[in-house]
Design a protein around this ligand. Structure first.
Ligand code: ZN
Length: 259
């Protein structure tokens, strides 16, 4: 309900011509990828008696100890060992916008809480910890804490049944972009979201080289490079207006995901 309330509030404000942007508007889902390294094929099983119901259990031959990778850029916010129950050893990644992913029954961890991860980053290894009867990866996507139907590259997973998923996670080697801030002198304000109505959370100096993890649309801004509604995510909860960033491209940067 909270999300609905915000979007109604936003519509009301926009219709009044106000320039206020709500603090937590709905954001596009991250582009999630299969949570295994580039080109690997895994069988993903969904079933109605799974908990939570939209989870996928992944397997392949001799999979014990195989690496598990982040399905999208984000910040690791849980690295937890529940012992012999439930998820056992699991990792949760916060992708922003209310989206999280879970990776459970791991054999071991390769990340720590607070760590920023990108596509293809190994976060742990397939195991059989917790309430598991054999090696597999239990994987979930959640929005605002609720289990959601899983999508890879925007395509809905098979509900219900088993399907082979082939990973393109981290294949290109450069799923981040880069750019140089050009304001002709002033510091550029960093916002908590893709718009001028979001909180200012810092600044970057003119001439700073930035890594761009994903791009999305937001408030139109007129800057050094003309008028654009593209915003660049340069960190967790950190966005800058692309109109002030020299990326070498007029629009979206090829290979950089949408946020
Ligand atoms: Zn499971």
């Amino acid at each position: 309900m909270r999300r609905r309330w915000w979007s109604l509030a936003a519509a009301a404000l926009l219709s009044m011509g106000a320039l206020v942007v709500p603090a937590s508007p709905a954001m596009a889902a991250p582009t999630f990828k299969v949570p295994f390294p580039c080109n690997q094929s895994w069988t993903g099983q969904t079933r109605t008696n799974h908990s939570p119901p939209y989870s996928i259990d992944f397997n392949r031959t001799d999979d014990l100890g195989d690496p598990v990778v982040a399905s999208a850029p984000g910040t690791v916010d849980r690295v937890t060992d529940l012992g012999g129950t439930s998820y056992g050893k699991y990792v949760r990644i916060d992708h922003g916008g209310g989206y999280t992913t879970y990776y459970a029954h791991l054999n071991g961890f390769n990340v720590s809480v607070g760590q920023s991860v990108g596509y293809g980053k190994v976060i742990g290894w397939v195991g059989s910890t917790g309430g598991s009867t054999g090696p597999h990866l239990h994987y979930e996507q959640r929005l605002n804490g609720n289990d959601i139907q899983i999508r890879f590259n925007g395509a809905l997973a098979l509900y219900w049944g088993s399907k082979t998923y082939t990973s393109d996670n981290g294949c290109s080697g450069s799923t981040t972009g880069s750019g140089t801030v050009n304001t002709a002198g002033a510091n550029l304000t960093v916002r908590s979201g893709p718009g001028t109505g979001y909180d200012a959370v810092g600044t970057v100096a003119d001439g700073t080289r930035v890594t761009i993890y994903c791009q999305t649309t937001g408030t139109s801004v007129t800057g050094t490079y003309g008028t654009s509604n593209i915003w660049d995510r340069i960190g967790s909860g950190r966005y800058i207006a692309d109109a002030y960033v020299h990326t070498g491209y007029d629009g979206f940067i090829p290979n950089v995901p949408r946020c």
